[in-house]
Design a protein around this ligand. Structure first.
Ligand code: ACO
Length: 336
């Protein structure tokens, strides 16, 4: 019998500092009306002191998830971490979380799939479980993006979208008739690197002569950049492709989805996907109004809040969907 990957617990952590659209309109030419209408975002969280790093946010979420699962850090036999905003250029945050939690010298794997970090992470974890290489796995998705945003009018298209936050899942390999058809049922992933320059932060990096020059800082190249309309169109197409593929190859209909947990990049993207799939508003969980786009952390934060609200019950069919920089995209189908 095949081992199944089930979610034992999920938790999130966001910094306490709320930054409203009104706050942003004091440092750039924007407005609450523009941001709300174009994105659905009302506020986001930013770290309140510069000493808080991505691994520190991830660690808070991880500790909560481990406690909820009733695990000890020494029980964990694999850490998978997803972020586009690591503490250091290298190493990744996986090892920092391993050390700070006090885990054994287990593998710590960092995933660089940006907004698709959670969906890539779950797919990868399911592979470890099915090949019997790990039994208790911690997935941490964390982002501290506020320090690299250009919080001036020049950077407003990007700056109003993003926030800081973290989520973590404890995933366990289980076997036996009672778990047949439970846990991660299927994953679908994709990438198209022709979109790499459409949404990226190029500097600092080895493609830049000198890696990081004083002019890169003075000329504001050390910020993320995006062609929003191109990203928007690709996101809608790929998210629908992912959802329909997952449904079709598992002989399911859209009405079978108990809860869709989509990446939170733009409420309009999620509404278009919902309408084209024929889902009711009750079948979709969104919280972009309160957190903005926390990149890899959006889906685990949604999952954690959905759990707290009692919207994930044993037997609920859950679909995750994500699209992000790369381009990367994908989704997972899970029976809670
Ligand atoms: N406030 C006010 N005006 C703004 C702002 C702002 N924050 N940002 C841009 N504008 C202006 C532009 O300058 C432009 O003005 P112009 O028409 O005078 O030239 C105008 O607003 C642009 O308007 P639209 O093109 O109609 O904006 P659009 O509806 O395309 O919305 C947005 C822009 C919100 C960025 C949208 O394209 C989007 O959400 N794209 C997808 C973002 C996304 O999914 N990112 C992926 C995840 S990120 C990751 O993976 C790391």
């Amino acid at each position: 019998m095949m081992a199944q990957s089930v979610v034992r617990s999920v938790a999130h952590f966001v910094p306490s500092k709320r930054v409203t659209n009104e706050d942003l309109s004091k440092c750039m030419d924007t407005s609450d009306a523009w941001i709300t209408e174009r994105t659905g975002i009302k506020e986001r969280r930013f770290i309140d002191t510069e000493s808080i790093s991505t691994s520190a946010l991830g660690l808070e979420a991880a500790r909560k998830a481990i406690t909820l699962a009733g695990w000890e850090p020494r029980d964990i036999d694999l850490i998978v971490a997803a972020t586009l905003s690591p503490d250091y250029y290298f190493p990744g945050i996986g090892v920092m979380i391993q050390h700070q939690l006090g885990c054994r010298t287990i593998p710590a794997l960092d995933i660089r799939a940006q907004c698709s970090g959670l969906v890539y992470g779950l797919s990868c974890i399911d592979g470890y479980v099915k090949s019997r290489q790990a039994k208790k796995i911690l997935l941490v998705c964390a982002e501290v993006q506020s320090p690299v945003l250009d919080l001036t009018t020049r950077g407003r298209e990007m700056a109003v979208l993003f926030g800081d936050g973290a989520g973590a899942l404890c995933i366990e390999a289980v076997e036996g008739a009672a778990f047949e058809g439970r846990g991660i049922l299927d994953s679908y992933l994709g990438s198209d690197g022709s979109g790499a320059d459409v949404l990226c932060m190029k500097v600092p990096g080895t493609a830049t002569p000198g890696f990081l020059r004083a002019s890169d800082i003075s000329e504001a190249r050390v910020h993320p950049h995006m062609d929003g309309k191109v990203v928007f169109k690709n996101a809608v197409t790929r998210l629908i492709e992912t959802a329909t593929t997952l449904l079709k190859r598992n002989n399911l209909q859209a009405r079978d989805i108990g809860l869709l947990l989509p990446h939170q990049a733009n409420l309009r993207i999620n509404e278009m996907v919902r309408e084209q799939l024929g889902l009711s508003p009750q079948q979709v969980f969104n919280n972009i109004d309160r957190y903005g786009n926390t990149t890899a952390a959006t889906i685990p934060i949604c999952m954690s809040e959905a759990m707290e609200q009692g919207r994930l019950q044993p037997g609920t069919l859950v679909m995750t969907l994500a699209f992000g920089a790369g381009f990367t995209w994908g989704g997972n189908l899970m029976r809670w």
